[in-house]
Write a protein that binds this ligand. Structure first.
Ligand code: F6P
Length: 359
């Protein structure tokens, strides 16, 4: 048996632990493993196909990033191809990819990625390719799995930032607005915000009113708490308004959202008279060593993906449904994006402990 692994979309701490576990698990069965580099580009002749051996995966389990490299601009079904006049044409290169995989003797592919990569995996399955998915996202926005690796590390990184901002905010009687990742979902903001005792948490699932945010800050001030911490997801937006768009996207890339913390900090300063600062945590949340929780989950996912290949679970992805790792149809996971339920106990507890969601 010869299988291949690929990592697609934005990276997440734990990808290397998945690769390591899958490679060792496959070798344990006597299989041969190839690595497709840079998303699917290796199967389109644009990047390399590399052998993955015990030696290649030695000592990588604790490292962030992905040894296979990745991209969020390589969808083979709508691939941006540079034209002679400098423009880009979107081309379907999926047949080419499938032909190349079969030339290389690849009998199954383990595709590790977020909703974008999983939807590509589903489309390849529909065309007859034998694919098993491993969900990956720091945003925790894939349905069907309680969580994915990378999320816990991102929350930990955001939490450290909140703790550090707290002491300087309190020393200076300032308001700090911290922007964390989460283009459509507020899990990072909610979990890090609540764990870090933020005063205001703003998430895309609960549109906010800046007046309510200012009221909370002023009421704290009147109560003798002269500083405030606002944690907002990059995709948080006011009621009736779209999320902030950040700069231009490259061909084949999703719209970049964010830039909202700076705007809100300015508005808070204007309306409350309190000195306000903003900070964008950005890609720090995607980097660094995975936490123990993420390393373990990623390793379990890698091992389970190999078992799913052995069981011919084509078009399925591994998922955490505690305490077990199960497999579910990718189609099922893609039906709806996982978002924060405004009635979830985490939100209710946050409200009960005095957190404002700006609504
Ligand atoms: O999907 C994960 C994510 O971290 C989003 O929260 C964020 O909008 C996006 O990646 C940023 O991606 P890029 O690396 O393209 O800036």
């Amino acid at each position: 048996m010869r299988i291949a692994l690929s990592t697609g979309g934005g990276d997440a701490p734990g990808l290397n632990a998945v690769i390591r576990a899958a490679v060792l698990g496959a070798i344990d069965r006597g299989w041969d493993v190839l690595g497709v580099t840079k998303g699917y580009a290796g199967l389109l002749g644009e990047e390399d196909i590399v052998p993955l051996t015990r030696v290649t995966v030695r000592g990588i389990g604790h490292l962030g990033g992905t040894i296979l490299r990745t991209t969020n601009r390589g969808n083979p079904f709508s691939y941006p191809v540079l034209q002679s006049d400098g423009s880009y044409k979107i081309v379907d290169r999926s047949d080419e990819l499938i032909a190349r995989a079969s030339e290389l003797g690849i009998e199954a592919l383990i595709s590790i990625g977020g909703d974008g990569s999983l939807s590509i995996a589903q489309q390849l399955t529909n065309k007859g390719m034998r694919v098993v998915g491993v969900p990956k996202t720091i945003d925790n926005d894939v349905s069907g799995t309680i969580t994915t690796f990378g999320f816990d590390t991102a929350v930990q990184t955001a939490l450290e930032a909140i703790d550090k901002l707290h002491t300087t905010a309190e020393s200076h009687d300032r308001v700090f607005v911290l922007e964390v990742m989460g283009r459509n979902t507020g899990f990072i903001a909610l979990h890090a915000g609540l764990a870090g005792s933020a005063d205001v948490i703003l998430i895309p699932e609960i549109p906010y009113d800046p007046e309510r945010v200012c009221e909370k800050i002023v009421s704290r001030d009147l109560a003798g708490r002269h500083f405030s911490i606002v944690v907002m997801a990059e995709g948080a937006h006011e009621a009736g308004r779209a999320a902030g768009v950040l700069g231009a996207s490259l061909p084949g890339q999703a719209v970049r959202v964010g830039g909202v913390a700076a705007q809100l900090a300015e508005l808070i300063q204007e309306r409350t008279g309190k000195e306000s600062r903003s900070m964008v945590l950005g890609h720090l949340q995607r980097g660094g060593q995975p936490t123990g929780y993420d390393r373990l989950l990623a390793t379990r996912f890698g091992g389970a993906a190999v078992r799913a290949v052995a069981d011919a679970k084509w078009g399925h992805m591994v998922a955490l449904q505690s305490p077990h790792i199960v497999t579910i149809p990718i189609e099922e996971a893609l039906r709806e994006q996982k978002r924060v339920d405004p009635n979830h106990d985490t939100v209710l507890t946050a409200r009960a402990t005095g957190v404002s969601f700006g609504d």
